[in-house]
Design a protein around this ligand. Structure first.
Ligand code: ADP
Ligand code: MG
Ligand code: ZN
Length: 627
């Protein structure tokens, strides 16, 4: 048997350490070896001097550099029997030596045992040795852990990074609000459960489906539900895990995955974020596409390599179908595309119901109202919302989740954590005017969504917030609505400007201005809502590195570009003029609302509208006629 030096080290080190301590112990008691052959009766120094003077001492042996002495003395009372006595000598007793000499007593000095030096040296070395040895072991061990520092050394053997769940436990009932997608995929369950039904009539079972939709809409959940309904194992891997530093690793992972799946057929393979590998070949920025292309090729080969009837269905998910390689989408591969979109009001209500199942909800809570308050929320957002509400309820030591907690949770999910309100100061007044500016415009303009509440309690980045209730689900938005939104968003800055003057305007409007520019530009370039006419002037995806194209093609001339800028400017300027006019005309009610807001911290929409109605004599609301 070959013993490596590591093993030797492993066994000798503890032995050395233990030995060291034992020996140290021995050393600590070393001086007592002189007392072994003595009656270790002790005697005081004073007594010793008395003995010396009376001539009873016959010999003295000094130990420990003269700190202790073993004295032989005769005892005249006991027939001059020789006694051996131990004396601790004072540190400084040089006169003792001359005294002993004068009395002619034989004395001897025994040196310190000095062979301890080598052991001391070893003792000093033991800890560094232990340390180095330990580090060495740690290093060796960690290099065996996949993903550890040593991983770079064995990239040849790929380690499977996919997860397998024998039973996902998710059913179609757990997925709500995406009925069309569920119906489409119901069929896939049948493929997995009863393939004979299809093969009997000569139908070729599709191999894959592509789920397309924004994050959090339930794509992963849906894929798990398919596996759960069909009662087959669920293999999942994320596209990003195919992409590795070394060429060939991703491809070998694909091979591993399919091999494992074939062994477990019927089963479902779920590839999340397939755009990470499946991007259009030969596109993108920078080099280093070899690895991704090889991985993609391997994936395509594997998908072609098994018959549809083997009972493996591949479901992939992405939110960027536009960047996928067309080879992935052709018949026989991911030929079915299922759109999984953010849910509408009804869908949100159903999702809320699913997630409310295991929560204690106050019976007065209307999930329908919650659904109406949460446009744009995805399934994941709603799940998170109810969870936040449950946490708040527990923190407030309540029995069941009430609307209050849900409302607070919505605010928190949308705008971030609640902060502590500012103390009354000039900047608080300025923020109040800013928010009242937004809210007032939102109230007087007829195309604007109604105000839900205005608050000076900070949340997330914002020092104050104005909430609007979207009247219905945002499907189509009219030009008048867009202009009203831009005007409303400018309301904050307009109020600062009119009340405090141009020199006092603040950075608080930064976020508003970003939105405004984006909205105005889109009106011109995407929706054809300006003098430039009904032209789409910009491709939708601006991100070069994610899309197909290295260079973003500009679809218009320089001359058009400057006209776009001019149109955007004109829209914003017109809206700003309007906003400032509204501020001037409503100065009285603004001042009153600001005082109230500073006092109460929050004004809800109903109260706000009542107060505004007292002051505005025009019964019907204004419509923006910018541009
Ligand atoms: P995606 O894969 O589309 O990003 P997930 O499937 O991972 O989204 O969704 C995350 C979580 O959000 C799910 O585990 C589930 O709790 C919740 N969820 C999302 N969509 C739905 C839905 N349609 N019905 C019920 N719950 C959903
Ligand atoms: Mg997912
Ligand atoms: Zn603002």
């Amino acid at each position: 048997m070959k013993l490596s030096w590591r093993v030797l080290l492993l066994w000798t080190l503890p032995a050395l350490v233990i030995g060291f301590f034992f020996w140290q112990g021995a050393f600590a008691t070393a001086p007592t070896d002189m007392s072994k052959n003595t009656a270790s009766t002790r005697m005081t120094y004073g007594r010793f001097l008395d003995y010396l003077d009376s001539g009873r001492v016959t010999s003295v042996d000094l130990y420990e550099g003269g700190r202790t002495a073993i004295v032989e003395a005769v005892d005249p009372e006991l027939d001059n029997r020789i006694q051996r006595l131990r004396v601790d000598l004072p540190y400084n007793a040089p006169e003792l030596i001359s005294k002993l000499r004068g009395a002619n007593i034989s004395f001897d000095s025994h040196p310190l045992r000095n062979d301890g030096a080598i052991w001391g040296l070893l003792g000093n070395l033991i800890f560094p040795i232990l340390l180095i040895g330990g580090l060495f072991f740690l290093f060796r061990r960690s290099s065996n852990i996949p993903g550890g520092p040593g991983q770079a050394m064995n990239f040849g053997k790929s380690r499977a990074r996919f997860q397998m769940e024998a039973k996902t436990g998710v059913k179609f009932d757990d997925v709500a609000g995406i009925e069309e997608a569920k119906e489409e995929l119901q069929e896939v369950v049948t493929f997995l459960k009863q393939p004979e039904r299809f093969t009997a009539v000569g139908a070729r079972i599709p191999k894959g489906a592509l789920l397309v939709g924004p994050p959090g809409t339930g794509k992963t959940l849906l894929a798990k539900a398919i596996a759960g309904e069909a009662g087959v194992p669920f293999f999942s891997i994320s596209g990003s895990e195919f992409v590795e530093m070394f060429v060939g690793v991703g491809a070998s992972r694909v091979r591993d995955l399919f091999k494992k799946a074939k062994d477990n057929a019927p089963c479902l393979i779920f590839i999340d974020e397939i755009d990470a590998v499946g991007r259009q070949r030969g596109a993108g920025t920078g080099g280093g596409n070899d690895e991704r292309e090889q991985t993609l090729n391997q994936l395509l080969t594997e998908m072609d390599g098994f018959e549809g009837n083997t009972g493996i269905i591949i479901i992939a998910a992405t939110n960027r179908p536009d960047v996928l390689d067309s080879a992935l989408l052709r018949p026989g591969r991911f030929d079915r595309q299922v759109i999984v979109d953010a849910p509408d009001v009804k869908g949100r209500q159903e999702i809320l119901q699913v997630h409310a199942r295991n929560k204690k909800l106050d019976p007065r809570v209307s999930l329908d109202a919650v659904a109406r308050r949460t446009p744009g929320f995805t399934g994941a957002d709603l799940a998170n919302l109810l969870n936040e509400a449950a946490i708040l309820t527990a923190r407030r030591r309540k029995e069941a989740i009430t609307l209050l907690e849900i409302d607070d949770a919505i605010d928190r999910v949308v705008a971030g954590m609640e902060g502590t309100p500012l103390v009354d100061s000039k900047s608080k007044r300025l923020i109040a005017y800013h928010e009242i500016g937004h809210a007032l415009i939102g109230t007087v303009l007829k195309d604007h969504d109604p105000v839900q509440k205005v608050t000076l309690i900070p949340r997330g980045q914002a020092q104050g917030l104005t909430w609007f209730t979207p009247s219905e689900d945002q499907g189509l938005i009219s030009r008048a609505q867009l202009l009203a939104r831009i005007t409303g968003a400018l309301g904050g800055r307009a109020a600062e400007d009119i009340i405090f003057g141009a020199a006092e305007i603040t950075t608080g409007a930064g976020g508003d201005l970003q939105q405004i520019s984006a909205m105005a530009r889109q009106m011109v370039t995407r929706f054809g809502m300006s003098d430039l006419g009904p032209l789409s002037l910009e491709s939708q995806s601006g991100e070069v590195f994610l899309g197909r194209d290295w260079m973003s093609r500009s679809e218009y001339s320089e001359a058009i570009a400057s006209r776009i800028d001019a149109q955007v400017r004109a829209i914003v300027e017109e809206c700003y003029k309007n906003a400032k006019n509204i501020m001037r005309e409503n100065r009285v009610v603004i001042d009153r609302l600001v005082d109230l807001l500073i006092e109460k911290e929050t004004i809800d929409g109903e109260e706000f509208r009542q107060i505004v109605a007292e002051y505005t004599d025009v019964p019907e609301k204004q419509s923006v006629t910018a541009m």
